[in-house]
Design a protein around this ligand. Structure first.
Ligand SMILES: Nc1nc2c(c(=O)[nH]1)N[C@H]1C(S)=C(S)[C@@H](COP(=O)(O)O)O[C@H]1N2
Ligand SMILES: [Mo]
Length: 554
């Protein structure tokens, strides 16, 4: 990203404070989850002493069928997983800081966050946009870090997630094609008791005799690996999908599985705590139970005391750190290549699956959000200010470009073409959501009215407002996507005339896309062949300046 003064001011804000504020009930619950079992273990230790570890752990399994050692595919997928998880966590934290509040309600009402990472209470006396609210994150922690770099962070997150899922599926497929599943999958409920007994040892700072992990895991180890692979990982995947506007507005039941879209986002974050809560003891135990031998297991698949596994393992970690520096460099020096690479690789999937899904989720009046976060820079175009001062009486929407019937429509003309109502959920790329009623002209109807010419493939929405870094705000939809039933030019919000903050006189609603596609303060609608002829040619103002994706359905 070009480092002019405007960028610098935004990306290196003066106020870089981060504070963690958690609602007392949640602090209590998380502390209880973390400390409770340890306390019970100490109680048991003081009253009953250390439990016996039943199995004679040192014996090499007699059954010839049992897995021995770590074949190359386990070692490779383990390393790839580690690498991708590092990228996922770091980019995930960058995304989180763009709306540093976690809620259990889909309205994201200020004050209702159960956890937040910002010291700022949402001001009530002025417009406070979601962009104002984003926080700075050190690039040592976040990828790419700094402030409001959500576009780039999402590329890293989704690219890693894509390969992480493939890597995970390969691992699981091979696990069940071989006998290696036996070391992970519990087949006897007794394992819970045995695992508890091991936990009592660890929690009271005792080390029980360990089996050689080359042949067999101890019960607690097996259960925690199983939990991470078969519970935690799917949870992150499915809660991740539950944040997609295309999925949520197609299948209303889907985010409900997790208690709603914001609950899914919170669970997605809690899963991160779960991974870290696993990682710390995992690494500690790897170190405590024979570091050299354990590293030979997972690096070379050998079971000896040779220091080479440790050395190569350390080099592996070093390479991951190096890759993080590489990703950081790409983020700041080749963001356009990242944007285009992503579009090439995952764009077709997004178009073929997510964009095809008809949006149909509807909410009830009672579910309308009491507060709807605003975003974007208010227009200060004299033409818009003049129109506003007259209540938009003289507003004319210009529809032009590759159409048979170019028109200029007043608000009354637009209303006369037919009004459609819907109560839908808005998904901002930054992470917040909100439910509102929208009334307006369906784009399908407008398209019928102006009759695009053969060769017109894209609809561009021009705004009176400016982008973050100056210049006209605009965005575009493919005509195919614009034809979804819920896509409309709205002039009503919550059963009143659309107000100035939310885009008067006219704004776009495209319910299978993220909020930034939904241009407010619309000046004109233009039909073009494709997006390359408008602005810098990447499909919208945010696509041009902040490297956001052109297709925004996840
Ligand atoms: N003209 C214009 N339209 C815009 C924006 C903007 O900055 N300028 N921001 C977009 C973003 S990022 C979002 S999330 C939605 C927010 O709509 P709201 O302010 O009604 O909540 O508007 C979109 N439309
Ligand atoms: Mo947004």
């Amino acid at each position: 990203m070009a480092h002019d003064r405007l960028h610098d001011k935004l990306i290196f804000p003066e106020d870089r404070r981060i504070s963690v504020k958690i609602k007392p009930l949640w602090l209590f619950l998380i502390t209880l989850a973390a400390i409770g079992p340890v306390a019970v273990a100490w109680g048991q230790y003081f009253t009953l002493g250390l439990p016996q570890i039943t199995e004679s752990p040192q014996t090499i399994p007699a059954i010839v069928n049992d897995p021995i050692g770590f074949p190359i595919w386990i070692r490779l997928t383990h390393f790839v997983n580690f690498f991708l998880m590092v990228l996922l966590v770091r980019s995930g934290l960058s995304i989180l800081m763009d709306h540093p509040r976690l809620y259990l309600n889909d309205h994201c009402t200020p004050g209702s966050a159960w956890l937040r990472f910002t010291p700022i209470d949402v001001p009530k006396d002025r417009i406070w946009t979601a962009k104002d609210d984003s926080r700075y994150l050190s690039p040592i922690i976040g990828l790419p870090g700094y402030r409001h770099t959500v576009g780039i962070a999402r590329y890293w997150h989704f690219l890693s997630a894509f390969f992480w899922v493939i890597n995970g599926l390969i691992f699981i497929a091979l696990l069940f094609c071989t006998n290696q599943w036996k070391r992970l999958v519990p087949i006897d409920t007794k394992i819970f008791f045995d695992a508890w007994n091991v936990f009592v040892h660890y929690a009271t700072l005792h080390l029980p005799v360990e089996p050689d992990g080359f042949y067999k895991y101890n019960p607690l180890q097996q259960l925690s690996y199983f939990g991470v692979i078969f519970l935690l990982a799917p949870t992150t995947f499915f809660t991740g999908l539950a944040m997609s506007p295309a999925i949520d507005n197609r299948f209303r039941w889907y985010p409900k599985l997790f208690g709603g879209r914001q609950c899914a986002r919170s669970i997605h974050f809690l899963a991160l705590l779960g991974y870290l809560g696993f990682l710390v003891p995992h690494l500690t135990m790897v170190a405590l139970t024979g570091l050299k031998q354990n590293l030979n297991h997972i690096v070379f698949g050998t079971d000896d005391q040779n220091p080479l596994g440790l050395i190569i393992g350390a080099i592996g970690i070093f390479l991951v750190v190096l890759a993080c520096f590489g990703a950081h460099w790409i983020s700041w020096n080749r963001p356009r290549a990242l944007q285009m690479g992503f579009r090439k690789l995952l764009g077709p999937l997004q178009r073929r699956f997510l964009n095809q899904m008809e949006t149909r989720a509807e909410y009830s009046k009672a579910e309308i959000s009491p507060y709807f976060w605003p975003n974007g820079k208010m227009p200060n175009d004299p033409a818009w200010l003049a129109l506003q001062s007259e209540g938009f009486k003289n507003y004319r929407l210009k529809v032009f470009g590759l159409v048979e019937n170019p028109v200029e429509l007043s608000l009354d003309d637009i209303i006369a073409l037919g009004k459609q109502d819907q109560i839908t959920m808005h998904h901002c790329i930054q992470g917040w959501s909100g439910i509102a009623h929208w009334g307006g002209l369906s784009l399908e109807r407008l398209i019928q009215h102006v009759r695009p010419l053969h060769g017109a493939g894209t609809v561009v929405f021009h705004s009176f407002g400016e982008g973050h870094y100056g210049g006209e705000y605009y965005d575009s939809l493919s005509i195919k996507n614009a034809l979804h039933h819920q896509t409309m030019l709205a002039f009503e919000m919550n059963f009143e005339r659309l107000n100035v903050v939310h885009g008067a006189p006219l704004r776009l609603r495209a319910e299978n896309q993220l909020g930034y596609k939904m241009v407010k303060w619309i000046r004109a609608v233009e039909f073009v062949k494709d997006e390359t002829s408008v602005g810098k040619g990447y499909g919208g103002k945010n696509e041009d300046d902040e490297f956001y994706p052109m297709v925004a359905n996840i």
